[in-house]
Design a protein around this ligand. Structure first.
Ligand code: SAM
Length: 341
């Protein structure tokens, strides 16, 4: 949580974190704090007691201090205040004006954060397979080891995304009551949800489906790295072509946009009596719940089943007016021949 807040530039480094029955984490005031707190299940306390921390300076301020005198002030103002850190690999977007001094700026980040590699990601993730093309500013090894909640994720951070914004959702999944279940993760990536489930939640089996060959390669590696090869079966290909159906107690659909296109296969993957779907999508901030429930009900109805929404929450803000949300749905196959009202 602290690392995710820090990456967003939200942690207030000038005040101490206070541990107790609850943990108080001082944050900087920002417009979207209430939504963030709701998402991660935190309480926002306007005047919480968090004493000043003497002599501590935020990482970005330390980077700027190292560069002062070497770069003009107008350039210093453009030093990024957001990044993704995965172990000793940093991914950031360097503004064009700073690129000629990119190596020097990267060196300063490396000194402050203890990094082996700094990558410049000009365009972000793109397309169905979530591909990236980040280029090294410093170091030549882009393979990162991200350790989170007792799970180890190894991946090439110049080619594969890892979203700190989905941290709360990964933590939630790790705590699901899935003991003995058969689960299909339709969009497994490098194991974002599969690994915390396999490591912490004791399912009987997880079929982890992934279409991008590079992500699949790291998925296989991460399954071994975390000692869960007896539980997880990785499969390479388009999940709609996965040859098995009628096998799952639970199906994870951690992908967007147009996740509704994958609902017929997700429903077919569930056991004949039914099961649970974790349906992600992007939708309008003011009507996401109705939109996404409508999509699931329409698909259940078309498949001749019924469904009941057990839980629904926003994972993160996607873009202005659009959220990434997840709806948890209990599906019953056959029976009444139509969706519940
Ligand atoms: C957005 S990533 C998952 C992100 C993740 N939930 C997180 O926490 O960061 C979705 C993955 O689905 C894969 N994918 C997309 N379409 C697919 C398909 N039809 N079949 C299997 N995998 C697919 C992509 O390659 C990508 O690795």
């Amino acid at each position: 949580m602290i690392r995710a807040l820090q990456a967003e530039g939200l942690l207030d480094p000038a005040r101490k974190i206070v541990a107790g029955p609850e943990v108080t984490i001082p944050v900087r005031a920002r417009g979207d704090l209430a939504a963030l707190a709701q998402r991660v299940g935190a309480r926002l306390v306007p005047d919480a007691e968090a004493p000043a921390r003497e002599g501590r300076v935020a990482p970005r301020e330390r980077v700027v201090a190292l560069l002062r005198g070497r770069l003009e002030d107008r350039l210093l103002a453009q030093v990024p205040d957001k990044w993704e850190q995965h172990g000793d690999v940093l991914v950031l977007r360097m503004p064009d004006a700073l690129l000629p001094a990119g190596r020097e700026v990267a060196q300063a980040f490396a000194e402050v954060l203890g990094l082996k590699t700094v990558l410049h990601d000009p365009a972000g993730v793109a397309g169905e397979l979530r591909e990236m093309r980040a280029v090294p500013l410093l170091g030549d090894d882009p393979v990162a080891l991200h350790v989170e909640n007792g799970v180890r994720y190894r991946f090439d951070a110049s080619r594969i995304m890892f979203s700190s914004g989905n941290l709360a959702e990964r933590m939630r999944v790790a705590a699901l009551p899935v003991e003995g279940e058969t689960i299909v993760d339709m969009f497994a990536g490098i194991g974002y949800f599969t690994l915390p489930l396999a490591v912490h939640a004791r399912p009987a089996r997880i079929h982890a489906l992934e279409k991008n060959p590079l992500s699949h390669r790291y998925l296989v590696e991460n399954v071994a790295l975390n000692g869960v090869a007896h539980v997880v079966e990785p499969w390479l290909g388009d999940n709609r072509e996965f040859p098995r159906e009628g096998i799952a107690d639970r199906v994870l659909m951690g992908y967007f946009p147009r996740t509704q296109d994958f609902l017929p296969k997700a429903l077919a993957l569930l056991n004949p009596p039914g099961g649970t779907l974790h349906y992600h999508n992007t939708a309008h901030a003011e009507s996401w719940k109705e939109e996404m429930e409508g999509q699931v009900r329409a698909a259940c109805s078309a498949a001749g089943g019924t469904c009941e929404v057990a839980d629904a929450r926003v994972v993160k803000t996607h873009s202005p007016g659009v959220v990434h949300a997840v709806v948890e749905v209990r599906v019953k196959a056959g029976g009444s021949g139509g969706a519940a009202p």
